[in-house]
Every structure is written in structure tokens, then in C-alpha cells.
Design a protein around this ligand. Sequence first.
Ligand code: ISL
Ligand code: CA
Length: 569
Amino acid sequence: MTEAPWFREAVVYQIYPRSFQDSNGDGIGDVPGIIDRLDYLKTLGVDVVWLSPIYTSPQDDNGYDIADYEDIDPTFGTLADVDELIAQAHARGIRIVMDLVVNHTSDEHPWFVESRSSKDNPKRDWYWWRPAREGHEAGTPGAEPNNWESFFSGPTWELDEATGEYYLHLFSRKQPDLNWENPEVREAVYAMMRWWLDRGIDGFRMDVINMISKVTSLPDGEPIPGNPHLGDGTPHFLNGPRIHEYLHEMHAAVFEGRKEKLLTVGEMPGVTVEDAVLYTDPERREVDMVFQFEHVGLDHGDHKWDRRTLDLRDLRRSMGRWQEALAEVGWNSLYWNNHDQPRAVSRFGSDAPEHRVASAKLLGTVLHLHRGTPYVYQGEELGMTNVPFAAHDDFLDIESVNYYRMAVASGSDAEEVLSALRLGSRDNARSPMQWDASDNAGFTTGTPWSKVNPNHTEINAEDSLADDDSVFHHYRRVIELRHTEPAVAHGDFHMLAADHPSLYAFTRSHEGTELLVLANFSGDELALDGVDDLDLDGWKTATLLLGNLGEPSGSTAPLRAWESRVLRR
Ligand code: ISL
Ligand code: CA
């Protein structure tokens, strides 16, 4: 048997640099700020830090629009700061993983500036250029080369006056898609990746990497009801025809023969379990794990702005299916939260004052006890909540801003659009990290770029560090468990009581040790006797490894509101 890969025992912490720690009072988090907080991360016990993009960028999508892959945006610092960050992190046993955004560049990247300059520029074919649809005059509605809708509202095509052709942008018009069909593009990306690894980083989180291969005829998608010119292009670019070939080629060109402990995680909206097995089978040499989106789509209706109440049964069914599908081959990544998602405690737990702490701890317990590599998003370890946004101009994210404008222009009620934004906006995850109870939460001495959540007086790192019962210390313990209890990292997973509306229960077993996780996803007491498919006879005298509400009256006693337990036998 070959040794299990190192990342099975690792926990990753995601930093959204803009909102983590400002060091110079300009109101924007930066790399020196991160360096100042490394000891905090060391105390938490995480193994890897993933940084959202800090490269040179006009910041149209907060850095996911890159104008120079090999330099740092002055907002965030310098290359020398990054070298220092790498050295300081490594000195504490923490690896640094960078975001890799190569489905698209910024329109201000020199590659695109050249590409757009003329039809016969050598880099013309580095992006997707197409003339207007046959029989249509460029610039008129419906003249776009196809009907794909952008993730950030409106068409995915922008007419460029210089040559009278359109370019493709799945995201904003300042994020033109690279043409991966062109081998020069691929080699340029691989060279840039090698350059970063040579600099000492430990891997990449690959942004929307399953969108890089498109069906080259760029066919129209199924029309979207209510809009005559827009359609769903996703079947033509999610997990496209050459995606496995590209990832395998990237692996060979970039990672082969390098040091062992690198990490690659592919962010893959619309990835299925069947695809994920292929992407993460170590024999195929593509990526170590993928971010999938099934569980964060379960409270969406027809689209993300149409929210519905989550049914725990759906969540458990989805999580369970992923556990099972990747049990033998491949590996899962585990997350509730990232910079694109509303806050977990407000969404899957309860942010009501009486339940926030317990439910935040419960969520940490449940997630980290699954089989896979857990990701903690900054502030999650404090139980940070969604932000009480009031008016539409409180929302800053391009996705929210564009959606509001589009929805109101097409006749939706502004108040209804606002309530959808309050629940679903990515801005919820992007408010400044709450370090202490002072005016700007210890994030900045200047004016923060995004509103500090007023609840930082109650919810902040300083208080959490001082209180052994805090969400922070619970996360620290659950992370430690992965490092000390082999069943957490390596055990088999088995879901229990699959039809229960509020109990989340499963076992992990490994070399004679068995763990049982019990979690009450509700504000009501939950009796464990007589629950279908839950036999607790052998667990009455089991050891309590980790609870979230202090000693229960017994290992199998009824669960109190939002109580979770990890038992071992
Ligand atoms: O957040 C989303 C919708 O609410 C997703 O569709 C998101 O855009 C998708 O998961 C891709 O996300 C990644 O690429 C985007 C960037 O805006 C996100 O921040 C990033 O995580 C484009 O680079
Ligand atoms: Ca700053």
C-alpha cells in the first residue's frame, strides 16, 4: 500500500486579503497585514493558507481579473512582501497556496491589449473573437455571436470597436476568456505556474478551472425564459471536451518531479460526482481535489437569487453521495463557506443570539468530521454572520451590483431584489475580519473599504481567544482532532438515520476505532431513542471526544438545541 497523501490530514484556511488585515491605514487588507496575523493562524492550527488573488489587477472583480500574473497589486504589497510571507509561514509550518485565475485575464492584461489591437495580431487567437451573428448588425440586441448569459448578468459578449468583433467573457466584460485551444496560451500559463512554484509557494486553487475547455463551435444554449436574447451556455463550457486533457497536460508540465507536498484544488461549478472521480483519481494525474457546489445550491430555486429554505435531508443526501462516490478513488474537499457564499452560521445554522455559538460549533464539527480536506473561511472560526445591509448602495460586489441594476430595470420590485441580495450576496462574506471590539474591529486605522459588521463588538477574535468555550477554540480542537485521531483523516464514512428531518449522524471507522458524530440541526431538543436506522446500544459508554455545549448527561442523552457530539469507541 502506498502512503496516504499528506493533505488528508491537513486543514486549509482561506484568506480574502482585501478584508483580512490592513497594515497601512488605507482601509484595504494587505500582505504585511497577513504576516502580522500568522501567529493567530498558528494558534488555530491550520496547515495551509489559500490566498484569494493579490496580483496586479484593476479590481473589477476584486482581483479575479488579473493584469499581471507575475506581480503583486500595490494595494496588497510587493513581491518582496510575498517572499517574506512565504518564509514566515513556512517557519511556522504553514504552506501557502495561491489562487490561479486562468480561465480569463483582465482586459488590461498585455495579452488582451495586444489581442484586441488588430485581427492579425499574433495574440488575436489567445482569446475568443467572433463576428456578429449572421444577418445581424454588430451592436444591435441579439447580434451577439451566441446567446450565452454571463454569470454577472447580461450577454457574455462585448463588441470591441477597434475591429468590430465581439470577445467572449463568461464573467464581467473586464474578464475576457482565454482560448485554451491555443497551445501558446497553455504554455504561457504553465510557465507562470512554474515561476510561482520556483518562488516557493505550495500549490494552487484553480479558479473555475472546469470552464477552460469550450465546445469550439460555441453553440447557442437553451433559451432562458423571460429574456429573448439569452440562453444557458453551461453545457458547452462546463467540463468541456478537452478539460481532462488540459489538466493532465498541466500536471505534467508544472507539477511532475517537484517536491511532494504541493496542493492542487480545482474550483468546479457544475461538476458531478462522476466527473469528480475522474478529476481526482491520483492515477490520472489531474488535481488533488475539487470544490463542488451541489450542497451550496440546495437552498436556491431556479437561480441563486431565488432562495428557498434548506431541507436537512437534501443536504445530508448530497453530502453522503459525495462521501460515497469518492470513498475508494479520489478525494473530497469540504467547505460551508468561501468569499462567494453567504456566511455559514446564518445559512446552515442559526445566527439568533441564543443559538449562534452552538450552531457555529456544530457546523465546524459536522464538516471537519467528514472524510475530505476541510477549508475554513476567514471569520468562520469566530462564527461571523451575514451583514445587515440596508440600502442597495451598501452592496459593492459586481455580481450584486449588476444583478440589482438588471432586475430593477426589467421590472422587479426593488425591495424584493434587496431582500434576495441580503440573503445571497457575496458581500456577506467580504466584510472586514473582526479582530476586536474597537471602532473598525481592529481591521484598519483608516476607513474600511467595506462596512464592518456592527456585531463585531460581540463577535471578535480578541474575545474568542480569551474564552476557552468560544467558537474559535472549538475550531482549534476540531482541527487538532484531525491531526491526532487517524479515524478523522482516514476512516470510512457511513451515514445514519438518513430520513430524519433534523438529526445529522454518521460514523467514521478506522483500524478498530469507531467515531460517532451526532448533531441536532434545530433549536428543539431531540431524543435519540427510537430513531430509525440509529442503533445506539453499543455507544452508551463511549468516550465523548468533543461536545459543543459542555458535558451532556450521557453519551446518548437527548441532544439539546444545536448540540453536537463526537463519540469514540
Ligand atoms: O459566486 C458565484 C455565483 O454566486 C459563482 O457563480 C462564482 O462566480 C463561481 O463560483 C466562480 O467563482 C470564481 O470565479 C469568479 C470570481 O468572481 C469568484 O470570486 C471566484 O471564486 C470569476 O473569476
Ligand atoms: Ca492596506
